[in-house]
Design a protein around this ligand. Structure first.
Ligand code: ADP
Ligand code: MG
Length: 703
């Protein structure tokens, strides 16, 4: 059986063979290698692979940007110069000049006029072959005129079979290295061979999209008359497919982890009360709530896989340490992993200060002596050590825990779903996992970025916290800034100076920070330290440590100051070329100061006067200290793009879906997923959807 789809494009009627019935529900075709396509050789495949197009399915999402209508045959007398047109002509005479570099020319006619075909870089024999004299051929190409004569230079199409030409060619971007003609042929071939897939959505959902099937929608997506039809139902259906698939994968991972049975952790309330009593502040309500949620998970018989999300400085560390002590008192070991050694050390020191003396905690540092390392390795194996702090080194193979019950991972918001799944598998079934991140994200994104975890949120800042005062300054007012810095230093405060981020060149980045360092060092001799990307890790930690010990007053840095580290004495941050950063990033940077009791200041410096839009963005930052709110606003103003740098992180990016434009579909998908979770619905019928949209191995153990 053949199934036809009829489409009307500019009043022309088109039949598409939608599918061969024998292709029914055979999504393997879509996942097949590109070489399965006619006309795709090694060269084309390589080019496409570089664009991350690895299989046929991937090819469907490069959308046409515009199209060339070659379907209408024009007469020479009606030609319009500058337009691509299709004409039927008869070649009359060749002109092959003997002089090199002059083009070959063929004089042609139709009943209404004359036209020349011009060929640069084409062999005489080739021209004779495609344009035989006195035979009618159809050509298509851009019309120009020279000395009053129409001509077509290197026509795109020349054929005696006019049906091969009278088509509508889509113009795709991203086809560099591949001819438009070839690319169109490939896409048409796929559209003709699309398998019919069993519908995965239920009737109720499908109705919202005019009951359009996936096939139908894909064909319409490549239909030139639908370009920019983002609001049409067929388009929305495809957007919804994408969102739903991403949510469903995450939800399935979460369900799977939750099914893992573990020994419940039993601890006494007194342990927690004692440590809370030793703090010189009261926990905020949000901290308490988060702690309760974590404790409940620890108590339960299912494995915990939870994210503790809270704005910079909201006090996540203390929550994780209190829960650690609970776990230790229940007889299990704890491991806390931080992205840098200096942060691990800071957490270790805080625990040392707060934990009762009979708990044995250690810091595993790359700098420790071998004997020391051996002692820690043995202590963990013999269950003599209750908790270890360190970088990813604490998960080396040679480190064996006697009874690991809790893994805490700090500031690794850039881990993708896959990396997180690996972490949760580590440590075995009895091991609960807590991730901490200071990167608030807009609500619509939570399910797609963190949908595989339960989430606790700390929104509230500690009460004693003063808002960081935020100012913007033009660069030529640097003298004012220096005056201010002088005053702050006199009062014993410390300053971060963030150098311009010059994306185009690491070298320039480096240069500008060195120059700034020299400049400041002259003004404040022996008080300035410099951190840039070229400094080795060990040296970097030394510098940061000295800054923590107040040996310097100003820290000049290019790269973003190490996340997570608590600098209680730093209360001024100056950010140059601030418009190069996203709002969320600026908010993160600003969060490096204002941890102590003193009033903190953030100065954003700009090269030139701000545009209206830039002013709007900066005002958001000046008026809000809430990372969640800022991320929402930032997304609205800048678009989803590369908000927060998730792009490099393996966190899934959408092909069509846009969290701003399609907010309703995100919410709809969330509702559906919740329904599936609550009613414990089977997900077999989504198999094709998951296989196609998330071609991850992770799925294999789910479906
Ligand atoms: P983050 O959530 O960014 O990791 P931290 O855990 O480093 O934040 O905490 C930032 C600072 O706030 C620390 O100096 C910490 O001691 C302090 N802090 C944490 N909780 C409170 C609280 N409830 N009241 C006052 N200060 C707090
Ligand atoms: Mg932190």
């Amino acid at each position: 059986y053949l199934i036809f789809q009829i489409l009307y494009i500019n009043d022309h009627k088109y039949y598409y063979i939608v599918s061969n019935m024998k292709n029914k529900n055979n999504y393997d075709y879509l996942l097949a290698d590109l070489t399965k396509l006619n006309g795709v050789g090694k060269k084309t495949m390589e080019i496409l692979k570089k664009k991350k197009i690895n299989n046929i399915f991937d090819l469907l999402w490069r959308l046409p940007k515009s199209y060339t209508d070659r379907s209408f045959i024009s007469k020479i007398c009606d030609l319009k110069i500058g337009k691509v047109q299709t004409i039927r002509i008869v070649p009359l005479k060749y002109q092959f000049p003997r002089v090199r570099n002059l083009p070959n020319r063929v004089n042609c006619i139709d009943q209404t006029g004359k036209l020349d075909c011009i060929f640069f870089n084409s062999h005489e024999g080739y021209v004779r072959k495609i344009l035989p004299l006195n035979e009618e051929v159809t050509i298509s190409g851009k019309i120009n005129s020279y000395k009053g004569r129409y001509q077509v230079t290197n026509p795109t199409y020349v054929s005696q079979d006019s049906t091969l030409i009278e088509t509508i060619d889509n113009k795709y971007s991203l086809t560099e290295g591949i001819k438009e003609k070839t690319y169109n042929k490939i896409i048409n071939q796929i559209l003709k061979n699309l398998p019919i897939l069993d519908e995965w959505h239920n009737k109720e959902i499908l109705k919202k999209f005019d009951n359009q099937s996936w096939n139908e929608a894909i064909i319409k997506l490549h239909d030139p008359s639908n370009i920019e039809n983002f609001k049409a139902n067929f388009y929305k259906r495809l957007v919804y497919d994408e969102i739903f698939a991403s949510f469903l994968v995450n939800s399935e991972i979460r369900k799977k982890i939750k099914k893992i049975k573990k020994t419940s952790k039993q601890f006494k309330k007194k342990v927690q009360n004692d440590i809370v009593g030793r703090l010189d502040f009261n926990l905020t309500n949000d901290q308490r709530n988060a702690l309760n949620e974590i404790n409940q998970d620890l108590n339960s018989k299912s494995k915990m896989f939870r994210l503790l999300q809270g704005d910079v400085g909201s006090g996540k560390t203390i929550v994780s340490l209190i829960s650690s002590l609970n776990v230790i008192s229940s007889g299990f070991q704890v491991a806390l992993m931080a992205p840098t050694e200096i942060l691990a050390r800071q957490h270790y020191k805080l625990a040392k200060k707060l934990f009762p003396t009979n708990t044995c905690i250690e810091l595993l540092s790359s700098k420790s002596e071998n004997i020391e390392k051996k002692r820690i390795v043995n202590g963990l194996k013999d269950n003599k050590i209750n908790m270890v702090f360190g970088t990813h080194a604490i998960f080396q193979e040679k480190i064996i825990f006697a009874n690991l019950g809790y893994i805490i991972i700090d500031e690794q918001h850039k881990f993708g779903v896959r990396q997180r799944k690996l972490l949760s598998d580590k440590g075995g079934n009895n091991c609960d996992v807590l991730l901490m991140s200071a990167t608030p994200i807009p609500r619509t994104l939570t399910m797609s970025v963190y949908g595989d975890m339960d989430v606790s949120i700390i929104r509230e800042k500690p009460q004693n916290r003063k808002e960081v005062k935020t100012y913007s300054k033009l660069e030529n007012k640097i003298d004012d800034v220096i005056k201010f810095v002088k005053k702050e230093i006199k009062e014993g405060n410390q300053i971060f100076w963030v150098c311009p981020l010059i994306e185009e060149s690491k070298k320039l980045d480096h240069q500008s920070s060195v120059n700034k360092y020299k400049y400041l060092n002259e003004l404040f001799p022996n008080k300035v330290a410099l951190l840039h990307g070229k400094i080795e890790n060990e040296e970097k930690e030394k510098i940061l440590n000295k800054f923590l010990k107040k040996e310097y007053s100003i820290l000049v840095s290019t790269t973003i100051i190490e996340v997570g580290i608590d600098f209680p004495n730093a209360n001024v941050i100056i950010i140059e070329n601030a418009n190069k950063f996203g709002l969320s990033q600026l908010h993160q940077l600003r969060g490096r100061v204002g941890r102590g009791v003193k009033q903190a200041t953030c100065i954003l410096m700009f090269k030139s006067n701000l545009s209206v839009n830039a002013k709007k963005r900066i005002n958001i930052l000046k008026n809000s200290n809430d990372g969640f709110e800022i991320s929402e606003e930032d997304m609205k103003l800048r678009g989803f793009g590369d908000l927060l740098g998730f792009k490099q992180s393996g966190v899934k990016n959408f092909r069509l879906a846009d969290p701003i434009q399609n907010e309703d579909l995100f919410l709809l998908a969330e509702k559906q997923i919740k329904k599936i979770e609550i009613e414990n619905l089977k997900i077999d019928k989504y198999q094709a959807l998951l296989k196609l949209y998330d071609q991850a191995d992770i799925i294999n153990d789910i479906v």
